[in-house]
Design a protein around this ligand. Structure first.
Ligand code: ADP
Ligand code: ADP
Ligand code: MG
Length: 659
């Protein structure tokens, strides 16, 4: 076994690999960019090396610098994690050329599965069912259009070099094919430097079911059962589970065998995932699943497999890379219980899952009943440079119902302050009927978006409490309760409080009735509020004759109250006056988040119509197309391509069109 390994990654996966290495008595070397010099993975490792500036191109994607760090540290092997260089055959080669061991498959296996078209052709030859479609070399648009017509609409155009849900276009109608092909090609070229595509039949009610496989250097290959990853937004997974609901023993055997066949076809070593798509328009059937792609690395959602199989997959990776045979044979592997994983992201589900940045003021997880794989801690920043993943919560129980309840409780008990997160969205998802009933499919989130992203409606009591508690929040700097306490000296002190909540404006009159006693008038009735006790994170209050504990936090102009199982976020300042310039009908196009200006379409002096794309920004691995807020003439273009902009920066200004 190795004495020392380098982890060529960051965030939760770097921390996760370090944990197993440490348990096995292996020393760990971390690498970090300037954005990560104080990061958790750096602190957890035995030693760490700076490899460059914050942009991944200059650090986590620099083969040269990572190998130099490995050589300096005396590490014998390199674990690539997921993302970054993990599926880069040239990196695996460079690691081996430096006399180190790559903890992953051999470069030829990475290459064989690197392009979706070649992988599908290889799988077809090996007797693995593939999604019906065209995956040949001919890229002539008319030829491809003819193939699409043969396959039958709807079809999916996919970049052969694609990944992370990028470079895909669904086409429903022959007349849209040419334009969609152009768009998919442009996106693929920009994202992957390769514009070749394949055409697939678009399945209408699909489930994403994948099989974990493992091979060694001695010709052994096994599977560790399946995971269902059908809950997706933007073709990216959000909640995963193992095993897959509704699987029969027969279906599991057939899929497992197909996955092992895929692995054997490329003499696979190490951990890999064979992704299948199943057509469940008429239930799960052994003859209705198809190979989509193989990911030649450890997957984000690997912990659910660890939970049900009892295998530490990182330990297996290390053993296989060190030349040991697989620790178990197929017959020795069994499923125990049910597991879920939820990916907690800094993103605003209600705003189209817009990634967020900022400092995590407080991060607290439940103490028991859940495995937390996190890469950050309280006080850390979510930067624009990398994925906004905060943590993964993994629960394992004897059955699906208990595991799902556990996941819901774990999400509700997690506290994130300082940035928006998808916690409430994920908790809503655990309560969604089809999912709870064991019928996920890849369209579930989109179909139920409104229910999943709705902000809890605040009750009259909640609004009244917010009004009282906002008085504290408004008095930044001084001790506001002291100020309020003084109110008792006067007969009836009162204030008018204005609160904004999800587009609604509430105006209330708060009257101080004595020490910590208030009467809140909401225009219809009077709600008596008394503060019973204060405590670090909140207050015990009596409102309308009922006592509850309210967790209170405040960041920027937001006041967040949590009680009765719901979180209500109120804006103390008018969000519209601040954002008025960004809204529809405005004259100014503003950057909604910090990022990088990728394409500037706006030209000064040109006439534009409302909705015309003016600027494309890239932020946190996501492309945002910013459109003209109204009809008009471009007055000024304030940015240029390649420029880094901060949140709120002016991008383009418009003036009225001349009649
Ligand atoms: P990536 O490399 O971006 O992960 P995949 O080929 O694995 O691309 O597809 C990602 C997701 O897109 C799948 O999990 C599924 O939700 C959807 N998808 C892919 N192929 C099809 C298809 N033929 N029909 C319907 N949905 C599909
Ligand atoms: P409850 O929800 O406890 O029955 P109320 O009858 O006082 O409380 O309020 C009902 C609804 O009226 C609230 O959920 C809220 O939508 C609205 N409301 C409460 N206070 C105000 C206010 N000051 N301005 C505008 N709407 C309000
Ligand atoms: Mg995939």
């Amino acid at each position: 076994m190795f004495d020392k390994i380098l982890i060529a990654n960051r965030g939760e996966i770097a921390c996760r690999v370090i944990r197993t290495a440490r348990r096995m008595g292996i020393k760990t070397v971390a690498v970090y960019s300037d954005a990560d010099s104080g990061a958790l993975h750096v602190e957890l490792a035995d030693e760490a090396y700076r490899i460059g500036a914050a942009p991944a191109q200059e650090s986590y994607l620099s083969i040269e610098r990572i190998i130099a760090a490995a050589e300096r540290s005396g590490a014998q092997a390199v674990h690539p994690g997921y993302g970054f260089l993990s599926e880069n055959a040239a990196f695996a080669e460079a690691v081996e050329a430096a006399g180190l061991t790559f903890i992953g498959p051999q470069p030829s296996a990475i290459r064989a599965m690197g392009l979706k078209d070649a992988a599908k052709a290889l799988m077809e030859q090996s007797g693995v069912p593939v999604v019906p479609g065209y995956h040949g070399d001919n890229q002539d648009p008319d030829f491809l259009a003819a193939r699409a017509a043969e396959i039958g609409y709807p079809v999916l155009i996919k970049a052969r070099a694609g990944g992370g849900g990028k470079g895909m276009r669904r086409v429903d109608d022959a007349q849209d094919f040419a334009a969609s092909l152009d768009a998919a090609r442009r996106e693929a070229l920009a994202a992957f430097g390769d514009d070749a595509v394949l055409i697939e039949k678009y399945l209408l009610r699909p489930r994403h079911i994948e099989v974990q496989v493992f091979g060694d250097r001695h010709g052994n290959a096994v599977h560790l059962f399946e995971r269902d990853c059908s809950l997706q937004r933007r073709h990216q997974k959000v909640i995963e589970e193992a095993p897959a609901p509704g699987m029969t023993a027969e279906m599991r055997r057939v899929m497992g065998e197909a996955a092992v066949r895929a692995a054997r076809a490329i003499d696979y070593r190490g951990a890999g995932t064979v992704e299948f798509i199943a057509d469940v328009s008429d239930g799960l059937w052994p003859d209705r699943f198809f190979f989509m792609e193989m990911n030649t690395r450890l997957q984000v959602e690997h912990p659910v497999t660890e939970a049900i199989s009892g295998v530490d997959l990182v330990e297996w990776q290390l053993r296989v890379a060190a030349g040991e045979p697989l620790p178990k044979k197929q017959a020795e592997l069994a499923i125990s219980g049910w597991a879920f994983e939820a990916r907690v992201y800094a993103e605003d589900a209600a705003k189209g899952f817009l990634p967020a940045t900022g400092k995590i003021e407080r991060l607290a997880f439940p103490q028991s009943g859940v495995r937390v794989d996190a890469g950050i801690r309280s006080g850390d920043r979510i930067s624009t440079h990398y994925d906004p993943l905060i943590a993964k919560l993994i629960v394992h129980s004897p059955n699906r119902q208990a595991a799902l309840t556990g996941l819901c409780h774990a999400l509700e008990a997690t506290r994130i302050e300082g940035t928006v997160s998808n916690l409430a969205f994920l908790a809503n998802l655990t309560r969604q009927d089809d999912f709870a009933g064991g019928h996920p499919d890849t369209g579930l989130i989109d179909r139920n978006l409104e229910m999943l992203t709705a902000a809890a409606e605040p009750s009259g009591t909640a609004i009244a409490l917010a009004a009282v508690l906002s008085l504290e929040a408004r008095q930044a700097g001084s001790d506001p309760w002291e100020t309020l306490g003084h109110w008792q000296l006067w007969s009836e002190m009162q204030r008018i409080v204005t609160l904004h909540h999800a587009g609604d404006v509430f105006s209330l009159r708060v009257v101080a009735r004595g020490f910590d006693m208030f009467a809140v008038h909401n225009g219809q009735r009077v709600i008596p509020v008394r503060i019973v006790r204060r405590d670090g994170g909140g207050v015990q209050v009596e409102a309308d004759g009922r006592q509850v504990f309210v967790e209170v936090s405040r960041h920027g102009g937001h006041l967040s109250l949590r009680f009765d199982g719901a979180v209500h976020v109120f804006d103390l300042d008018d969000p519209l006056s601040a954002a008025a310039s960004e809204g529809a009908g405005s004259d100014r196009l503003i950057a909604p988040m910090p990022g990088f200006v990728k394409i500037v379409r706006a030209v000064a002096g040109s006439t534009v119509s409302k909705g015309d794309p003016l600027v494309v920004m890239e932020a946190m691995k996501m492309e945002l197309t910013l459109a003209a807020p109204r009809d008009g003439v471009v007055e000024n273009v304030a940015v240029s391509e390649g420029q880094q902009v901060s949140e709120g920066a002016l991008l383009v200004s418009l003036k009225a069109a001349e009649e």
